[in-house]
Design a protein around this ligand. Sequence first.
Ligand code: FA5
Ligand code: MG
Length: 479
Amino acid sequence: MLHIKYTYKYMASRIPLKYWCSQVCSRLYSNGSKIIEIGGKKYQPDGNFTNVTPSMISLTGRSLHLKDRHPVGILRDAIENKLNSTDNAFLAYNTYKPVVSTYENFDSLGFPKDHPGRSKSDTYYVNSKYLLRTHTSAHELECFAKAKSGETNKPGFLISADVYRRDEIDRTHYPVFHQMEGCRIWNRDNTAYTSNVEPGHITKMREDLKKLEQQLHQQQTKVVVEDDTSLDGNPKQNYMTDLEVDLCSKHLKRSIELVISDVFHRKLESLRKTNKDASEIPTELQVRWIKAYFPWTAPSWEIEVWWQGEWLELCGCGLVQEDVLKKAGYAPDSTISWAFGLGLDRIAMLLFEIPDIRLFWTQDERFQKQFQKGIINTFKPYSKYPSTMRDVAFWLPQTENVEKIHENDLMEIVRNAAGDLVESVKLVDEFVHPKSGKKSLCYRINYQSMDRNLTNNEINALQEEVRNELSRKYNVHLR
Ligand code: FA5
Ligand code: MG
């Protein structure tokens, strides 16, 4: 049976589950007049699109991935170094600004118009044309164009940046996280196909792959790879030969395996040093490649690593669609390329043993002082402050033909009221009244600060604000 994992919120069926009905849409900038300023640039809001909030805008300048004493920055640096250790092939672009156009984020990559990733419930729009990038792939086309124009003579590039997605609130989800994009290019030697000699790019790909394989072989922590290389249900592009697909996919997969073997090796080493029972610590790492789908790569995969009893998804990738390369200025048939997008925060959480993703954003010195450039150490929790639960229960409005709202809108209200003082928001009860048919929902909000004790008065005021905003914006009937 085919097992294709639909990724980046591809499962359209996931969407309606979380929609409720409301007569009013969440419009923070509903009067349409207040100019939005992000990174020194001004944008005209659009009442139908704008859903970026001041609390999100305040996070756009933090650039944690550039801080050499922050777990995300340390990890970014380690991965860049590892990828460049084979043949110094990658130029790093790390300062792209977070506001991009819908063209850059979606259209340039061939996202269909009705793709769920474009929805306002998942994406922070500045207005109808601009948004906070939802992935580093938003800069792929631009960087391919730079490579084509000869601005750089390196055959690859890396792009690290903060990315933004509207999502739930808990210890592993935050509306901002960080990705590293990687791309590698080979120019095709088309003339050689008419003679008997092996085309130059094939020889080059073989050599490049060999270097990688040798390096992987020398890694102290071996990766045991489960890889179904068949292309059933994950077809190649017509312009590429089977051999090209084989070599390019292998180069892509071995590059990512090299990174994973390197960063996890550091973790396993530090566990061995600190753990009494080192025999329990694995000496090899299990990873598996899973077929995936992205609009701008074919074939596509995701890699998962077996870590502390579960499969953890680290990265999506594939061979770049010729259409993207053509848009970047390459002649048809002239180029072969792979691309990957790796999530940095989850790996950083696990390597540094950060128990709550909000800690990445704290300005508390007790967090910030624990890390040093180039070193992966274990975070020592400085204190755990008590958490306080409050429930909010309400009836949804029953009116038909009204604009739909999403669970992420509730998350946004809570985030706006309480910011990082919220640890999690969870649906704890849901029922339909047997007579009236009205639907009731109850969400449990867990308030907890990373840095201090919260007073009851303070929490009550936050909870009151959440309740008021819910009824004001969504016309729900509070219980
Ligand atoms: C993407 O974002 C694609 N742009 C990746 C890609 C690039 C595919 C180039 C093909 C070619 P995805 O949504 O799966 O795909 O995210 C990529 C990685 O980011 C995930 O594997 C995961 O490690 C990380 N990630 C995704 N969502 C979150 C989240 N909410 N919190 C933390 N990390 C996340
Ligand atoms: Mg994914």
